[in-house]
Structure formats: structure tokens, C-alpha cells
Design a protein around this ligand. Sequence first.
Ligand code: PLP
Length: 416
Amino acid sequence: MPGGVSSPVRAFLAVGGEPPIIARAQGAEIFDTHGRGYVDLVGSWGPLILGHAHPAVIEAVVKAARDGLSFGATCEREVLLAEAVLSRFPWADKVRFVSTGTEAVMSAVRLARGATGRARIVKFDGCYHGHVDGLLVSGGSGLATLGTPASAGVPREYAELTEVLPLDDEPAAEQLFAHKGKEIAAVIIEPLPANSGLLVQRTSFLKKLRELTRAHGALLIFDEVISGLRVAPGGMCERTGITPDIVTLGKIVGGGMPVGAYLAKDELMSHVAPLGPVYQAGTLSGNPVAMAAGLATLSELSKPGVYERLEASAAMLSRGFERALERYDVQASIARVGSILWLSLQPGAPPRSWGAVDQKGAKLYAKIHRHALASGLWMAPSAFEVAFVSLAHADAHIQAATLAFERALALARDEH
Ligand SMILES: *Cc1c(COP(=O)(O)O)cnc(C)c1O
């Protein structure tokens, strides 16, 4: 396997050291092949809002597996998950299941282009939307940079259809729309950007994007692969009161199994095959075992008090980390929305755009990561990835995580 991994973020290239090989995980803890346990703040990068191997999810998966692994036809669990998803996004009429977040985004972009008859896509510097060719584009600094590929293998001609804007910058968006508004099929954004740190956007900025797209006949896509079902049942749509045209989901919607989804109003979804000319398909889409995991996860999430518990645990972790940072006099802060946290290793308030992120913090992070790991705390192997708190994180796990983090800060400081 290139780099010893099936997905590059799992390698420890950014922090150094050899990643442990994982044998199993339970609740808030993950265990390597040497039997060492860690309090897990990665949560499989977002899906595991209930924690690892939640009994209700495992039971549902085992039961579904006994009923058959794949039918190649619509299954009952698929209908139930569609209803459970749409009930959380009441403005949407239809949902299409796919197998990954990348696929959900790729399909949403195709739908936007097919429905508008336009080619150009606008994304934001610092937002990640999976490894879709046209979205593996970064802008660098400056207004409305024309897309250049951020990956080999993406033709320049293709990347040129992607415009990159800075986050948190209304004038840049207005200027782009003034020049190219008629060519833009869609603006895609993580309404809570959580793939380059946690770059919390002002609601007024997201509202501006809603106004601009509407005024110019372009669509607004909220990529809620991380935020959907996590920061509120209806994700950032619910938290901001903004209704986009298409929402993409992934991660939590599959409860740890490979599921992605995109949803929209009837009018838009009528463009999707077999109803319309936008083609999109999948042999294993709506897979019954994966649907069962998503369904069991959403069913647990519909119990009363669940989001309040996540909020309380994440606030406790955040306070613990903040106190540790103060004690060791580290110039840093914690950005947090609900159960998503990010350690911003720079002075002042957490940044709102990728351009405002001081990337020098990564050096200190690498040291903290190494010592935290040795102290039994599993953090993401990158300074710019967020931490996730799950419902399995009890006070004792939060306390253990805080102690390990404090120890890591002390040891990282002594290295100077
Ligand atoms: C993880 C992620 C994706 C890609 O999902 P995969 O399942 O990894 O393909 C897309 N968009 C956002 C916002 C993500 O966080």
C-alpha cells in the first residue's frame, strides 16, 4: 500500500513516527496490535458520533448481513434511511444514496451543471470536498484566483473550470459574480469548514453566498459531509437557517459504513437519472448493510438530549485543553462548534480563512502529537485536522484526554 495506508491522511508524514496498526476499537477507545489503548479524538475522521462499535449499530449490521449483503434493488432499510435523512432536512424532497462523500460531491456538481447548463464551479480556499478532479484545486492568495490543480493527474483545462475564492470575504465573491455570474453553475462550500482547521464562517457571509447565487441563477451546494447530522440534526442548514439548493452528506450518515448522499428539492432531483438526463449510478449504492448502520446511528441520534450531551462533553474537553494551554503559556486557542474542535496554534482568536492560518504551528503540533500518542491520546496526525467528540466520551475519557494533552505540552516544551 503506498505509504502503508489506504488514505493519505492516515500516514504520519506530517507529524513523524510510525502509525500504530489498529486491531479493534470500543466506545471512546482505540487499541493497536500491541494491545495499547488510546482515547480516540479522531472517530474515523467524523462518522463515529456514537463512538466505536456501538451495540445498536453492530446488532443492526449483523442482522442486515444475515438478510443478504447486496440485492441490486431498492431495499426496505434504504427507504427508512431516506425518510430519516429527509426528516432532518425538511426543505428537501428527495435523496440519492451513493457510497462515499467524494461521490456525493461529484454527483452534486454534475447535477448543478446539468440543471443550469453552465460549467463553472466556485469553491473556497481551505475547503475540502473529497478527491473529485475538479475540486482538487487550490487558489493561493489573491482574489478569485483561477484554479490550478493541487494534484498531479488533474488536467489544467479541467481545473480551469473551478474558481477559487477566499473564505470570509464578501467583496471577493461579489467581484467574481459581477464578472462571471452567468457562467457559474454552483458555489460549493463547507458551511462549517473543518478540513483546514475549523474555520468558522460568519452566518452573514453564508447568507451573502445565498443571495449572490440566487441573483445570478447559480446553485448553492452545502457540503455537509462533516457538519451534517453532527452540529445539529439538520447540520448547518438548521444552525444558520439558510436553505441551499443541494446538500451533500457522508460520514455519519453511514454510521461507519461507506455511505454518501445528496439531497435537494423535487424540481432539481427530477434532473437525475432515471427521471432526467443527469446520469449517476452505483452497483453497491444503498447497500443494505451500510443502510442498516446509518439507520441505527440516526435512530440513536434521535433520542432526547443527545446533542446537548455532545455539547457538554465537547465544552468540557475544550475547557480542559484551554487550561492546559494557559498553564504552559502556549499561544493558542480552541475553535469549537458543537462536538468539533480544533487546536489553533497561533496567537489571537482562531482564524476564519486559510490565508489567516499560521502554518508554522504545525511544528509544535508534531511534537504535541507524538507525546500525546505516547500518553494514550489518539489525535489526528496533522495540525490542520479537527478533533471529534462522540457520545461514548464519558467524563473519565475527557479527563484522561486532558491529562495526556497537558503532559504532551509539558514534554513538547522541554524539548526546546
Ligand atoms: C470527508 C469529506 C469528503 C469526502 O468524503 P469521503 O467519504 O472521504 O469520500 C467530502 N467533503 C467533506 C466536507 C469531507 O469532510
